[in-house]
Design a protein around this ligand. Structure first.
Ligand code: 13P
Length: 249
């Protein structure tokens, strides 16, 4: 039985002090041991957020990292810098990183390998644009993204990763995928994992849905058989995020 994982992607929101206050308050309400709960906060808020959630079941994640260990990469953050301060998760290949910062499938693959080598749990994002959905190539596109991301990664490592299916047209738009659309794509992701590896790996890997998840639609989405929780943006920094974590099973 896969344990559900619900992660908040705070994106570029909250200063260290604001993050500490919100993380502390939310961790107290969203401390649900039956679900893995993660707050992916801005780099500058990681330390204060980690202190704020100490003693709860909430883990802190980063929203990105570089694939090199160190070097002349102005403005970047290396994996070892994250693990040393207690980061447990890292989002990789979010569509905003792909669209605004030119991240490629190849970068995603390198980052995924490095994250796993450092013991970070990667949350690998895939998902189609509106045009791709309208062209009927959603599943093809998502399959290619998964294959490229996991190239050269062992089954044992793949099992540790989380994949977030996030249709770009649903991100920040208030247009949530229907539970049928989300389930179809998450099932396709699971199927391609099975083709790359085996049935056991496909059964074990956790697949989230993301894109305009709210406290009102979370339960229906997360209760689909191939959806193992969510990657939540806007609603993860609202006062009722605990309603998403404590969704009705
Ligand atoms: P929203 O929940 O704001 O649509 O964002 C989803 C997302 O991008 C999470 O990574």
């Amino acid at each position: 039985m896969r344990k559900k994982i619900i992660a908040g992607n705070w994106k570029m929101n909250k200063t260290p002090a604001q993050a500490a206050a919100f993380a502390k308050e939310m961790a107290a309400k969203a401390d649900n041991a039956s679900v893995d709960v993660v707050f992916c906060v801005p780099y500058t808020a990681i330390s204060t957020a980690i202190n704020a959630v100490a003693g709860t079941n909430v883990a802190i994640g980063a929203q990105n990292m570089h694939f090199e260990e160190s070097g002349a990469y102005t403005g970047e953050i290396a994996p070892g810098m994250l693990t040393e301060i207690g980061v447990k998760y890292v989002i990789i290949g979010h569509s905003e990183r792909r669209a605004y910062f030119g991240e490629t499938d190849c970068d995603v693959n390198k980052k995924l390998k490095v994250a796993l080598a450092h013991g970070l749990i990667p949350i690998v994002c895939v998902g189609e644009s509106l045009t791709q959905r309208q062209l009927g190539i959603t599943i093809e596109h998502v399959r290619i993204q998964v294959k490229a991301a996991f190239d050269g990664i062992s089954a044992a490592d793949a099992t540790k990763a989380v994949i977030a299916y996030e249709p770009i047209w649903a991100i920040g738009t208030g247009v949530t995928a229907t539970s049928a659309q989300a389930e179809e794509a998450c099932a396709a992701v699971r199927q391609v994992v099975g083709e790359i590896y085996d049935a056991q790996t496909a059964e074990a890997i956790r697949i989230q849905y993301g894109g305009s998840v709210t406290a009102d639609n979370a339960a229906e989405l997360f209760n689909q058989s191939n959806i193992d929780g969510g990657l939540v943006g806007g609603a993860s920094i609202k006062d009722d995020f605990d309603r998403i974590v404590n969704y009705k099973r």
